[in-house]
Design a protein around this ligand. Structure first.
Ligand code: 5AD
Ligand code: SF4
Length: 450
């Protein structure tokens, strides 16, 4: 294995830097890692060049994400040659996906810890870091450690409500890297949210691979409400929390009580990220997504009936094996007719071990790029159309921080999840400010305090 135990590095406070790749779940896990390591007596390094230990919290969803993280570990190994006490750890989805093979790919890597064993990191570091910990965990990790979360310095926070995924979408590596679903207790989630509220957090985003399957068969329907809606209602009662978001729901468990909750719970933001992946029923069936384009349109229609100005965004994969020009045209058509105002488009990337990796990746890269660009054009137009409606109107912005450009410029988000940059003399982070929109671009609204 990579490195012979150096006892001098053990038992003393180390400067830790975590670099995060991938999704919000990883961002949340990175916060949990830092809070856990702080509690164990270590400190957060300001940047990677002054760290004793750099932990790469990795993503396996597409090949490109893996290539990036491996490249970074290669870059860090040069530093290790100059400083043998420097340590490199790979955690998260790649740790699970590659396991001990990572030590062969880069012999400078010291430890590898999968997403279901992140709660063991402090122990790995205390024991000299020469370690491989993947596979099923001994205990759950997500109830622990929120008392030092760095989110407390921000007014927004991610709150993990479940881990894993029981679906078997043909292209997706997540069920393999994160395992089957397990759910946090409602009371534990509520306790964390109360803590966050006491520490200045005003907006929470509930995270899970499929948040609306929260509870699964382990929690019961009560008063006609699914466990996820019960949780939303419970969290709505927390004083100090002004806004609640969630990410991402699956269309096949988008129940009517969740749609009704959007109309009934004032703190539940009028914004839904609803991944469609494709608009072709043939491709959707091949992907094992368990819904049709028609079902997406029905959900969207009901959501708009409950909340007319709801912001809707989605994920799309282009160039899935066998995707024809007609299939792609159906995806574009579904995107347009559902009137999504934003989307993330991904070029299909075969992932070893998934069902679709057994099929021929037959859409050429140049065609994936072309389809990607066509969709991006539609997304830009949709976003401009959405933004244009707000000019000369006043929107409510939860102020998150200073904008990068311009003095006295702050940024924040509207309830329906549009980014706003505006001019103000006061520093109002964490407050909701009324902003009159004066201009816009495809990605942002600009304005002045009303
Ligand atoms: N190739 C391309 N995109 C993928 N996604 C998941 N797996 C793949 C893959 N193999 C996309 C889906 C998902 C988002 C997080 O990543 O659109 O919703
Ligand atoms: Fe992957 Fe499908 Fe689960 Fe989402 S629902 S994490 S795409 S398997």
């Amino acid at each position: 294995m990579a490195w012979i135990l150096n006892k001098s590095a053990v038992g003393k406070a180390l400067r830790i830097f975590v670099k995060t790749y991938g999704c919000q779940m990883n961002e949340r896990d990175s916060e949990m890692i830092l809070s856990q390591l702080q509690r164990a007596g270590h400190v957060i390094a300001a940047n990677e060049s002054v760290a004793d230990v750099v932990i790469l919290n990795t993503c396996s969803i597409r090949e490109q994400a893996e290539v990036k993280a491996l490249g970074k570990s290669g870059y860090l190994s040069r530093r290790k040659r100059a400083d043998p006490n420097f340590r490199i750890g790979i955690v998260g989805c790649m740790a699970e996906n590659f396991g001990g093979k990572l030590f062969e790919l880069n012999s400078a890597i010291d430890f590898v810890v999968g997403p279901r064993r992140l709660h063991e990191l402090a122990d790995v570091i205390a024991n000299g870091m020469d370690n491989l910990r993947t596979g099923e965990p001994g205990k759950e990790n997500f109830s622990q450690g929120f008392d030092h979360l760095r989110s407390q310095s921000k007014c927004t926070a991610f709150v993990s409500i479940m881990q894993g995924c029981n679906m078997r979408c043909s292209y997706c590596i997540v069920p393999r890297t994160r395992g089957r679903e397990s759910y946090r207790r409602m009371d534990d989630v509520a306790e964390e949210v109360k803590f966050l509220a006491r520490n200045g957090v005003r907006e929470i985003t509930l995270l899970g691979q499929i948040v609306n399957s929260y509870g699964g068969r382990k929690m019961s329907i009560a008063g006609g409400k699914t466990p996820f809606v019960q949780l939303l209602e419970k969290l709505s009662e927390v004083d100090g929390i002004l806004r609640i978001r969630y990410m991402s729901p699956h269309p096949c468990s988008f129940s009517n009580d969740l749609i009704a909750a959007h109309g009934n719970l004032p703190k539940l933001c009028p914004a839904v990220h609803l991944p469609i992946q494709s608009g072709s029923d043939r491709i959707l069936s091949d992907m094992r997504r368990q819904y049709t384009g028609e079902k997406i349109l029905q959900i969207v229609e009901k959501l708009r009936a409950a909340v007319p100005h709801i912001g809707l965004s989605t994920d799309v994969i282009v160039g899935y094996p066998g995707e024809t020009e007609e299939d792609f045209a159906e995806t574009v058509s579904l995107f347009d007719s559902a009137k999504f105002n934003m989307a993330f488009v991904f070029k299909y990337s075969p992932r070893a071990g998934t069902k679709s990796a057994e099929m021929v990746d037959d859409v050429p890269e140049s065609e994936k790029v072309r389809r990607n660009q066509i969709l991006l054009k539609h997304i830009e137009e949709a976003s401009l159309r959405c933004h244009r409606q707000f000019v000369d109107h006043t929107v409510e912005v939860l102020v998150e921080g200073r904008a990068k450009r311009g003095e006295n410029m702050m940024f924040g988000w509207t309830p329906n999840h549009l980014k706003v940059i505006f001019e103000t003399a006061g520093n109002a982070i964490g407050e909701i400010v009324r902003v009159r929109v004066t201009s816009f671009a495809a990605t942002v609204l600009c304005g002045v305090v009303a």
